[in-house]
Design a protein around this ligand. Structure first.
Ligand code: ZN
Length: 245
């Protein structure tokens, strides 16, 4: 049996049989995999703690026919602040669902894993609203859906300050003259464009430091939410939870 040691984060789990669980685990070396964790619901299980959702653990996995099995799990980072705060829990569930939707099973995605760990690290430290928008944009980009924020998706001309629009189907900006020609797209302000560009080009540590403008952020959030829904062709379940807390 092929065994692999890798760090990983449980995204979700469902009970199976009397004491087992089938886990969806995002791992560094294997990408997203399904793992059958035997006996993990028993009180005496020594693996249970490290297999709670949104904990970074070192895992020993064994390849099976349908699922991986697991014989070792040790916590690397438990993110206590995230797990103690309902607002952060809502955010982490939302991120987990985004990752789960954008990453295909058994497809290696090291960059996305790194991004998820740095998102958890930064959420553990603080919960600025701007970070949630940033995680979303970076996850979408890492999944191969980088929005076009510099050139008109129709005429390919450089976007200049003024009247510009967001084309949700093309996933990018359109200029004023193309908008007048084709009559589609949602108006987007220069500030929202600047904010999205800044997030795209910077790491979380830099993004945390910018002054948060509620109106601009909400505008950018709405556009990104629309974009994500368009790509996934659905609304994420955790979106409503996120809005409630
Ligand atoms: Zn154009």
């Amino acid at each position: 049996m092929h065994s692999i040691k890798t760090s990983g984060i449980v995204l979700k789990g469902t009970n199976f049989g009397e004491a087992d669980k089938i886990l969806t685990v995002f791992t560094e070396r294997l990408g997203k995999v399904k793992v059958l964790a035997r006996g993990v619901r028993k009180i005496k299980s020594h693996l249970a703690g490290a297999l709670e959702p949104f904990i970074l653990s070192e895992l020993l996995l064994h390849e099976g026919k349908t699922f991986y099995s697991i014989s070792g799990a040790e916590i690397i980072k438990s993110y206590p602040t995230i797990h103690d705060d309902i607002d952060k829990i809502a955010r982490v569930f939302f991120l987990g669902e985004l990752i789960d939707n954008f990453v295909t099973l058994d497809e290696k995605s090291g960059a996305m894993f790194e991004l998820f760990v740095s998102a958890l690290d930064s959420l553990e430290k603080n919960s600025k609203d701007i970070l949630l928008l940033s995680f979303q944009l970076k996850i979408v980009e890492a999944a191969g859906f980088k929005p076009e924020l510099y050139f008109c998706v129709h005429c390919k001309e450089k976007i200049v300050a003024g009247d510009n629009f967001w084309d949700n189907l093309e996933g990018g900006l359109i200029c004023d003259s193309c908008q007048q020609k084709f009559h589609h797209g949602k108006a987007i302000s220069d500030n929202a464009i600047k904010l999205l560009r800044f997030i795209e080009q910077n790491k979380f540590a830099e993004i945390e430091r910018i002054k948060d403008n509620l109106e601009t952020r909400e505008e950018a959030e709405n556009i990104l939410t629309l974009y994500v829904r368009g790509i996934l062709e659905k609304e994420l379940k955790s979106e409503s939870f996120l809005k409630m807390v």
